[in-house]
Design a protein around this ligand. Structure first.
Ligand SMILES: NC(=O)c1ccc[n+]([C@@H]2O[C@H](COP(=O)([O-])OP(=O)(O)OC[C@H]3O[C@@H](n4cnc5c(N)ncnc54)[C@H](O)[C@@H]3O)[C@@H](O)[C@H]2O)c1
Length: 246
C-alpha cells in the first residue's frame, strides 16, 4: 500500500473530490485527518473511511492554526497535506465585469490565502517528517483561460505559482510540493456549469468523455507518497488530455 505508515491531512473532504481523495488514500493505508467547514459532511466522510474529522474555516487564520495544533496533539506529526478545500461552487457563469467584490474576496481569501496559511501551519511537521509532501489542487481552467470564471481562475493560477515558490523554499528540508490541475469533473460542484461546457471538455479530451473524481485520486495519492520524492514544483494536468503542459 502506497501510503502505509503515513499521516495525511485532506482539506475540503466533506464532499466531491475531497471525499474521493479520502477514500483512495484510506485504501492505500494512510492515517487520515479530514477537515472542512461543513462539519456534519466531513464527519460522514470520516466515518466511512475510519478517519478523524476536524472543523476548519480556511478563510480564518485562527481556525487553520487550531487545526494544525490539533494534529500535533492527536497524531503527533504529518507526512502530507492535500490542499483541496476551496470555494469552487457557484463561482462562474458571470463576465468579469459582473463579479461581486464579495465573491472575488471570498475566493481569494479561501483558495489563495487559505492554501498559504494551511501550508505554513503544518510546515514544521512536514519538515520533521523527512519525506513531507504538499499536494495543491488547482484547476486546468487556469491553464486554458476559461471565460466567465475570473476570480476562480485567478485563484487557481496563484495556487500554481505558489506551488513553484513553495517547492524552492521547502525543498531544502526534503518537502516536495506539487499541484494537480483537474478538468471539469462529474461532482456536485459542477452541477451549475452549463451543459455546453461539459460537452466542450468531453469532446476536447485526448481520452474523450466525462471524468469522475475517482479517476484522478490515484495520481493525488501517489503525489502524497514517498514514491513521488523527485517530483517537486510541478503542475500536472489530470484531465484526460484536455490541455497539456508546455
Ligand atoms: N469538480 C471539478 O470539476 C473540479 C475541477 C477542477 C478543480 N477542482 C478543485 O477540486 C477541489 C474540490 O472541488 P469540488 O468540486 O469537490 O468542490 P466542492 O465545492 O464540492 O468541495 C469543496 C469543499 O471545500 C469546502 N470548503 C469551502 N470553503 C471552505 C472553507 N472556507 N473552509 C473549509 N472548507 C471549505 C466545502 O465545504 C467542500 O466540502 C477544489 O479545489 C476545486 O477547485 C474541482
Amino acid at each position: 500500500m502506497m501510503l502505509a505508515g503515513r499521516t495525511l491531512l485532506i482539506t475540503g473532504a466533506a464532499r466531491g473530490l475531497g471525499r474521493e481523495i479520502a477514500r483512495t488514500c484510506a485504501a492505500e493505508g494512510a492515517r487520515l485527518v479530514l477537515a472542512d467547514i461543513d462539519l456534519p459532511g466531513v464527519q460522514a466522510t470520516a466515518e466511512t473511511v475510519g478517519a478523524r474529522a476536524v472543523p476548519v474555516d480556511l478563510g480564518d487564520a485562527g481556525s487553520i492554526s487550531a487545526l494544525a495544533a490539533s494534529i500535533a496533539a492527536h497524531e503527533g506529526g504529518l507526512h502530507a497535506l492535500i490542499n483541496n478545500g476551496a470555494v469552487a461552487t457557484d463561482v462562474g457563469g458571470m463576465g468579469f465585469e459582473d463579479i461581486e467584490l464579495e465573491l472575488w474576496d471570498r475566493v481569494m481569501r479561501v483558495n489563495v490565502r487559505g492554501t498559504w496559511l494551511m501550508t505554513r501551519a503544518v510546515a514544521p511537521m512536514l519538515r520533521a517528517a523527512g519525506t513531507g509532501r504538499v499536494v495543491n489542487v488547482a484547476s486546468d481552467t487556469a491553464l486554458w483561460g476559461a471565460p466567465n470564471l475570473l476570480s476562480y481562475t485567478a485563484s487557481k493560477g496563484a495556487v500554481m505559482a505558489m506551488t513553484r515558490s513553495l517547492a524552492r523554499e521547502l525543498g531544502k528540508d526534503r518537502v516536495g510540493v506539487t499541484c494537480v490541475a483537474p478538468g471539469i469533473l462529474t461532482t456536485e460542484s459542477t452541477d451549475y456549469v452549463p451543459e455546453a461546457r461539459h460537452r466542450l471538455y468531453a469532446e476536447g479530451r485526448a481520452i474523450p468523455g466525462p471524468q469522475s473524481a475517482d479517476e484522478i485520486t490515484g495520481t493525488i495519492a501517489f503525489l502524497a507518497s514517498e514514491a513521488a520524492l523527485t517530483l517537486t514544483g510541478q503542475v500536472l494536468p489530470v484531465n484526460n488530455g484536455f490541455v497539456f503542459n508546455a
